[in-house]
Design a protein around this ligand. Sequence first.
Ligand code: DX5
Ligand code: ZN
Length: 217
Amino acid sequence: MPMPIIAPSLLSANFLKLEEECTMLNESEADWFHLDVMDGRFVPNISFGVPIIEHIRKATKKICDVHLMILQPERYAEAFKAAGADILSVHIEACTHLHRNIQQIKSLGMQAGVAINPHTPVSLLKDVLGDIDLICMMSVNPGFGGQKFIPQTLNKIRELRKMIDDNKLNVKIEIDGGVTLENAKEIIEAGAHVLVAGNTVFRSKDPKATIAKLKQL
Ligand code: DX5
Ligand code: ZN
């Protein structure tokens, strides 16, 4: 089994000590910084936006993986590029013109991701799969950290992985929500490439050791 990419979600970080949290991640085996942007409209919570990401960008050389849980993401793609996003994911449920949004993200020079909610079938991705770099598959309903992993996600991962492999595409599957040291192995075995982990990393006694464990599974 190839080693997973580990993307800790800073939604669960201590915002008063954000610089220390970034340093910890820089020194850890984490590969990406997963940054959750919420607008209080697409999801029932508000998190952080462009100014915080600008600061995080200055504090790391690792990949900044920005997950937009916002309506009309096309209004902000340029601002997130300027803030330093490397990967920008938009929700399929928030985009009337998903294909256009993907082209916009790529033309700005970022990798394009599409995020899908637990109720959204992976078959809806068929006609954009060749255009994108990442699927951010939600394994909880987006909006909050610390929720429980929805088991049906495992079937969705297998189905999506088959679509990707059958078409010889180079798209990564990222699993977001409720990832723990207990379920990470079966998530990878089902075909995921990237593990997002918020609470599992930041609520653990030794976050660096926890990241190392996720990486070595
Ligand atoms: C949920 C966010 C996730 C979240 C994951 O809406 O997209 O990235 O922070 O947190 P955990 O790992 O605690 O479920
Ligand atoms: Zn996320």
